[in-house]
Design a protein around this ligand. Structure first.
Ligand code: R1P
Ligand code: URA
Length: 292
């Protein structure tokens, strides 16, 4: 008999919806687009031909509808890998746990998840406006370390090469960065031939962890210079954002397919930013929605 998930472990609201998202199992499509900003969820849903639900709870806004006959759910996650832990576990529970028996379903669903985000570009060839699809993600957040099987799904040689290149020891490598592959078939379809394929670092913050120094000094002032010069089997680190590692890692452990596509809104090498990106991200949304 499958394991029973007690009410304290899997919290279900009185109306039968999952605790944070407030979504019911029948409201989740197999194809899922994740966005950070709750305001971006209706921008994605504006591409839908039909809409069956629109649910807001905290920073999580979930809209399910169809685009040219494809049923798609868009969910906003807010900022950070800690929120990805909530969203991924609740989406997986909606898909794969029977809410009546509180046990894993006999037939498991595999979701297709694509995050559409914004990021900082780290290479001269990733100027503002570039679309980057994450082939690998590097987690500076530590989240995956709390799950068994982390070493089995991570790229351990690349982790060691990066730590060696950074020369980090002590507090900076606690927890050590983890490296996780996005789903190869999904990357082929989503990145196609018009997105940069790169390595994305998911940071535990927007400022210090991404090497932005305002008034207080950084532990490693050369962090970004070293990250930008890192190269492994011909791949370079292309961008910083704050969610892709936990998304790719949890998807691998749960049996789902995932990747992240971001539009560069700041190029850190050139020192340039585009705060008016909200007018322009619709082109990326259109590409992903057609290819998912
Ligand atoms: C920081 O400004 C936020 O923007 C990026 C980062 O990952 C972080 O969530 O993504 P979103 O635009 O999807 O929120
Ligand atoms: N999002 C990030 O996390 N970093 C940036 O520089 C821009 C967007």
């Amino acid at each position: 008999m499958n394991k029973y998930f007690a009410p304290s472990e899997l919290i279900i609201n009185e109306d039968g919806s999952i605790f944070h998202l407030h979504v019911k199992p029948e409201q989740l499509a197999d194809k899922v687009i994740l966005v950070g900003d709750p305001g971006r969820a209706p921008v994605v849903a504006a591409h839908f031909d039909t809409q069956e639900c629109d649910i807001s709870s905290r920073e999580f806004r979930t809209i399910t509808g169809t685009h040219k006959g494809k049923r798609i759910t868009v969910v906003s996650t807010g900022i950070g890998c800690d929120n990805i832990d909530i969203v991924m576990n609740e989406l997986d529970a909606l898909a794969n746990i029977d809410f009546n028996s509180r046990r894993e379903k006999a037939k498991l669903r595999s979701l297709e998840l694509v995050r559409i985000g914004t990021c900082g570009g780290l290479q001269p060839y990733t100027p503002v406006g570039t679309f980057i699809c994450s082939v690998k993600s590097i987690g500076f957040d530590g989240l995956l370390n709390f799950y068994e099987g982390r070493n089995a799904v991570c790229d351990l040689p690349l982790e060691r090469a990066l730590l060696n290149h950074l020369g980090w020891s002590g507090n900076l490598c606690a927890p050590a960065p983890y490296v996780i592959d996005a789903h190869p078939e999904l990357i082929e379809r989503i990145a196609a031939d018009d997105m940069v394929r790169g390595i994305t670092v998911a940071c535990g913050g927007f400022f210090g962890p991404q090497g932005r120094q305002l008034r207080i000094p950084l532990a490693d002032p050369r962090q970004n210079e070293k990250i930008e010069s890192f190269s492994y089997n011909g791949l370079q680190i292309t961008n910083f954002e704050m969610e892709s590692s936990a998304l790719a890692g949890l998807a691998r452990l749960m049996g789902h397919k995932a990747t992240t596509c971001c539009m560069v809104i700041a190029n850190r090498v050139a020192g340039e930013a585009d705060p008016s990106y909200k007018n322009k991200i619709d082109d990326l949304i259109q590409l992903v929605i057609d290819r998912i």
